[in-house]
Design a binder for this molecule. Structure first.
Ligand SMILES: NC(=O)c1ccc[n+]([C@@H]2O[C@H](COP(=O)([O-])OP(=O)(O)OC[C@H]3O[C@@H](n4cnc5c(N)ncnc54)[C@H](OP(=O)(O)O)[C@@H]3O)[C@@H](O)[C@H]2O)c1
Length: 304
C-alpha cells in the first residue's frame, strides 16, 4: 500500500477504523490487525466513546499480547463527546486522553482529535491541554473531526498555525456535499448549498489531511451503498470500472476517494480481514480523471 507524509509521519493511505471492534473476540482482533499490517494498513483510528471504551480496550489487549507491533503503527484517538453534550474543557481533554492511553495500554498516541465541535469551547483551554499532552510526550499531533474552516481558524489562533493536521469528515461516493458545493458555485440548485464553509478547499490550503469516515455508508449509518438497490446506476458503474482494473467495487469506492488530489486518508470500518485486503489492493490503483467524474455522476449528480 502506498504511504504519504502526514505531519512528518509515514502514514498508510488507508486507515482501519476501530469503531466496530467492540464485540470481536480476541482472536478476531488478532487476525484483523495482523492482516492489516501485512497488507500495509498501519494507521488505526479510535475514539474514547467507541463501544463505551471497549474498542480501545480490545485493541489494548492486542497490543499487550504483541508489544513489538506498536512501533509499526500510527494510533489515533478522539475525545470531546460526553453523554448529551460536547466538552472541550482542559480538564475533560486531559482526563479523556489519559483514559484512552490507559485502555490502549500505550505511553503515547500519535494523533488526538477533537471529535465534534463544542460551541462552548475556550480555545485557550484547548491550547493549554494540547500543550501539556505534547510536553508530557503523550500525544504527538493534534487534529479535529467534523469541524468547519472558521472553527479550525478559531482554534488555530490559540494553538498556533499548522497545529491542526487532520480533519475527519463524512465523505464518500454518496455523501460528497463538500465537492458538490465547489462544482455548483453560485447556482440555484441544491448542490450549490455550501454546508461546510468550503472545508475541502480550506483543508487543501492549510495542508490539513481530510480523513473520510464511513466511506461506504449512505445517509447517516443507513448501510453500505455497495450492492444497495437505492443506487443502481452507481453500482453498475462501479462494477464496470472495477472490472477494468481487476479490483472489486468496494475497492474502487476507495480508489475514487484516493484519486482526489486533496490526498485524503479514508477510514474504513469493516472488521473483515478479506475486505481490508481487497481495499488495500485497490488503493494502489489510480483511476483516470474521466472515470472519477463518471463515478461522481453515477452517484446521482449532474454537472452544470
Ligand atoms: N469522526 C466521526 O464522527 C466518525 C463517525 C463515524 C465513524 N468514524 C470512524 O470511521 C470509521 C469507519 O466508519 P464506518 O464503520 O461507519 O464505515 P464504513 O467503512 O463505511 O462501514 C463499514 C461497515 O459496512 C459494512 N459493509 C457491508 N458491505 C460492505 C462493503 N461492500 N464494503 C465495506 N463495508 C461494508 C461493514 O461490514 P463488515 O465488517 O462485515 O465488512 C461494516 O459494518 C469508524 O471505524 C471510525 O473509526 C468517525
Amino acid at each position: 500500500m502506498k504511504t504519504f507524509n502526514l505531519a512528518g509521519e509515514t502514514a498508510s493511505r488507508v486507515a482501519q477504523g476501530c469503531m466496530r471492534i467492540a464485540n470481536l473476540s480476541g482472536d478476531a482482533v488478532d487476525r484483523l490487525v495482523k492482516s492489516d499490517l501485512d497488507c500495509g494498513v498501519r494507521f488505526f483510528d479510535h475514539a474514547d466513546i467507541y463501544g463505551g471504551g471497549a474498542c480501545e480496550e480490545r485493541f489494548g489487549a492486542f497490543l499487550r499480547a504483541n508489544p513489538s507491533l506498536r512501533a509499526q503503527m500510527l494510533i489515533q484517538t478522539k475525545c470531546g463527546i460526553r453523554p448529551g453534550r460536547y466538552d472541550f474543557s482542559r480538564e475533560h481533554i486531559l482526563e479523556a486522553a489519559e483514559g484512552s492511553l490507559r485502555r490502549l495500554g500505550v505511553d503515547y498516541v500519535d494523533f488526538l482529535l477533537l471529535h465534534r465541535p463544542d460551541t462552548l469551547m475556550e480555545p485557550d483551554e484547548v491550547a493549554e491541554a494540547f500543550d501539556r499532552l505534547r510536553r508530557a510526550g503523550k500525544v504527538r499531533h493534534f487534529g479535529v473531526s467534523n469541524h468547519n474552516p472558521m472553527q479550525i481558524a478559531l482554534l488555530s489562533q490559540a494553538l498556533g498555525e499548522n497545529q491542526i493536521v487532520v480533519n475527519q469528515l463524512q465523505f464518500s461516493l454518496t455523501n460528497a456535499t463538500m465537492i458538490d458545493a465547489g462544482i455548483n458555485v453560485n447556482m440555484e440548485n441544491a448542490g450549490a448549498v455550501n454546508r461546510d464553509g468550503s472545508v475541502l478547499e480550506y483543508c487543501r490550503l492549510h495542508r490539513i489531511t481530510i480523513q473520510p469516515w464511513s466511506p461506504f455508508q449512505h445517509g447517516f449509518f443507513e448501510g453500505p451503498f455497495i450492492g444497495s438497490d437505492k443506487y443502481p446506476a452507481l453500482n453498475e458503474k462501479l462494477e464496470e470500472i472495477a472490472r477494468r482494473y481487476d479490483i472489486t467495487p468496494t475497492g474502487l469506492a476507495i480508489a475514487w476517494i484516493l484519486r482526489h488530489p486533496a490526498r485524503m486518508q479514508p477510514i474504513v470500518g469493516s472488521v473483515r480481514p478479506e475486505r481490508l485486503r481487497e481495499i488495500a489492493r485497490a488503493a494502489d490503483v489510480t483511476i483516470t480523471h474521466e472515470e472519477w467524474y463518471e463515478l461522481y455522476r453515477a452517484g446521482g449528480r449532474k454537472i452544470p
